[in-house]
Design a protein around this ligand. Structure first.
Ligand SMILES: NC(=O)c1ccc[n+]([C@@H]2O[C@H](COP(=O)([O-])OP(=O)(O)OC[C@H]3O[C@@H](n4cnc5c(N)ncnc54)[C@H](OP(=O)(O)O)[C@@H]3O)[C@@H](O)[C@H]2O)c1
Length: 198
């Protein structure tokens, strides 16, 4: 039960996603492409902290977490919260099981975890992205534009580009067209216009 006396320490919420033409993000429960350098960029962003000793809380829907390569675990500087209404135990290598996104955000922003958490990273899937973008603490959307068409069954939602505005250059984000495996892609960052309501 939420009480008025509870200490809330708001945390920045960031989304990260890679999407191909028509905003496809997934196929058959996995990524439609194999782009190791793009994946390393994703890992680099979600594990980066600016203050030593801090950690990020990664929030993932159950289906996005299932194919996550376990060879990357444990991820440095991270706790992982998996969202599920059906699971009864915390999945392997994750730290928390949450029944909904507000519970995960509350976990990160109230004691005891709030002392440790720097950023809440939303790593998918669709329902979590949609809900997180409406949250007032949501600041940044890291979107890799995969400049190719892949057969997809999961799509990143439409979002209001007057609210989330494309940033020309962003620290730590390479500019220009990248290429690997014969596929071109670009890293983008959209920043929420704090003066607008979503
Ligand atoms: N390209 C990218 O950057 C990227 C990023 C992420 C994912 N993906 C891809 O997208 C696909 C998976 O995404 P998806 O949207 O289908 O599934 P998802 O959101 O990852 O997982 C759906 C499941 O997560 C749980 N869940 C999600 N939102 C919840 C909420 N708000 N509260 C409680 N539980 C919640 C539910 O689990 P229960 O059924 O257990 O209740 C739901 O059935 C995969 O193909 C994946 O590879 C791509």
């Amino acid at each position: 039960m939420w009480t008025a006396t509870e200490t809330v320490d708001p945390k920045p919420i960031c989304l990260i996603v890679a999407a191909c033409k028509h905003m496809g993000i997934g196929k058959g429960g996995d990524l439609p492409w194999h782009l190791p350098n793009e994946f390393n960029y994703f890992i680099d962003k979600i594990t980066s902290i600016t203050t030593a000793g801090k950690k990020n809380l990664l929030v993932s829907g159950r289906k996005s977490y299932e194919p996550f390569p376990k060879s990357c675990m444990p991820l440095p500087n991270c706790y992982i919260a998996v969202l599920s209404r059906t699971l009864n135990s915390v999945p392997k290598h994750a730290h928390y099981l949450c029944r909904d996104l507000p519970s995960a955000i509350k976990l990160a922003s109230t004691p005891p975890l709030s002392k440790e958490i720097e950023t809440i990273w939303i790593i998918g899937g669709v329902e979590t992205y949609i809900e997180a973008m409406k949250h007032p603490w949501c600041e940044l959307l890291y979107l890799t534009e995969i400049m190719a068409e892949f057969d997809c069954d999961t799509f990143f939602p439409e979002f209001d580009r007057k609210v989330y505005k494309l940033v020309d250059e962003f620290p730590g984000v390479p500019t220009g067209i990248q290429e690997e495996e014969g596929i071109k892609y670009k890293f983008h960052v959209f920043k929420r216009d704090a003066t607008l309501k979503n």
